[in-house]
Design a protein around this ligand. Structure first.
Ligand code: UDP
Length: 376
């Protein structure tokens, strides 16, 4: 059984769900919690996934405890009815931690995809760092995306035999999506890409940035849009109303800023591939953009994804308004600084992560060999 609730989980599980469905010998039950209702449905539709169960836990303005309580309460009867041999969860959301605990309490094996990411600060990202540590504690099989994440788990004294390094399945999803070249539903985006002008892509949603930081990001983007009238800013706005209220008001009257609804994955990957610079606080975007050779400025103080920082294509810049403006300006103005960051590197995967994950899952449940670890 697999359980997921948000857009990034759906994107990263989709290649594994497809690979599991194509295999003989394993039956898959798909459960969505609906933590991100609309954005989740959008991804399921793109990848052609029809969930077997929908726990429909989403309610407006709900807190983390009420969300986790609902997942526990509504997943339990499904676990009882389906009696799976194992539960597969991906990443670090509240859905993941709650579902992992629900399975553990029923002595069902937990398999954790994208295991071993650590920022080292339990409060950042919040609540994800805690969610992933809780999940590690109850998991039987840890599917680590990179050797760095495997080493984090070894440092926590997990037996090496329980860890497989698969690469990140987001690269599998990305490569498939980019190939599809889907048309844009928003004519403004089609126009921006056709014009061939420079594009600054911005996404921001992190909970630890809600307290003042999001307003600074909005002001910084406003200053950048006014300083560079020939650069088009594309900002797909997260559905969370707290994010929108903080980020969007300063951008309302600017003609070179395109604010959109969350973009379907295929369209978003096309914008990433066409962007000059990406300014984000997203985890998934930090992993995808380096494979497309795009410089990424990350509006956080730390990251659990150090590989692309080490490779030089991702820079941590925090959320100070002037720092955001100067870092983006530097890349737009200085060709050499730009070239130094705009190298295509693939520290997170080679597009075969789902294959490795499925081999490790089969090996746990029905026997057989794992594939060799992913080596960047
Ligand atoms: N994404 C998308 N449409 C958008 C913005 C992002 O499909 O409008 C994708 C993006 O390519 C990445 C994932 O959503 O794969 C990241 O999701 P998010 O930033 O919400 O979560 P995080 O990765 O920070 O957990």
């Amino acid at each position: 059984m697999t359980v997921y609730g948000t857009r990034p989980e759906a994107i990263k599980l989709a290649p594994v769900i497809k690979a599991l469905e194509a295999r003989q010998g394993l039956d898959l039950v798909t459960v969505v919690t609906g933590q991100h209702r609309e954005m989740l449905d959008q991804v399921n539709a793109i990848f052609g996934i029809v969930p077997d169960h929908d726990l429909d836990v989403f309610s407006h303005g709900q807190g983390l405890n009420s969300l986790m309580a609902r997942v526990l309460e509504r997943l339990d009867p499904v676990l009882e009815k389906e009696a799976p041999d194992a539960l597969l969860v991906q990443g670090d959301t509240s859905t993941v931690a709650a579902a992992a605990m629900a399975a553990f309490n029923r002595r069902i094996k937990v398999i954790h995809l994208e295991a071993g990411l650590r920022s080292g600060d339990i409060l950042s990202p919040f609540p994800e760092e805690a969610n992933r540590k809780v999940t590690t504690q109850v998991a039987t099989l840890h599917l680590a995306p990179t050797s760095t994440s495997k080493n984090n788990l070894l440092r926590e004294s997990l037996p090496e035999s329980t860890i497989a390094v698969t690469g990140n399945t987001v690269i599998d999803a990305l490569l498939e999506a980019v190939e599809q070249q889907v048309p844009f539903t928003d004519a403004r985006l089609a126009g921006a890409l056709e014009s061939g002008g420079r594009i600054l892509l911005v996404t921001s949603h992190r909970r630890e940035n809600w307290d003042g930081a999001m307003e600074r990001v909005g002001q910084a983007v406003r200053r950048l849009a006014r300083t560079y009238p020939n650069v088009t800013v594309v900002l797909p706005a997260h559905r969370n109303p707290v994010v929108r209220a903080a980020l969007l008001p300063p951008l309302a009257d600017l003609t070179n800023v395109i604010v959109t609804e969350p973009l379907p994955y295929g369209e978003f990957t096309r914008v990433m591939a066409a962007a000059t610079v990406i300014l984000t606080d997203s985890g998934g975007v930090q992993e995808e953009a380096p494979s497309l050779g795009k410089p990424v400025l990350v509006m956080r103080e730390n990251t659990e994804r150090p590989e692309a920082v080490d490779a030089g294509t991702v820079r941590l810049i925090g959320t100070d308004e002037s720092r955001i403006v100067s870092e983006v300006s530097n890349l737009l103005d200085d060709e050499r600084a730009y070239r130094e960051m705009a190298n295509a590197v693939n520290p997170y995967g080679d597009g075969r992560a789902a294959e490795r994950a499925v081999a490790a899952i089969e090996s746990l449940l029905i026997g057989g060999e794992r594939l060799p670890d992913f080596d960047a």
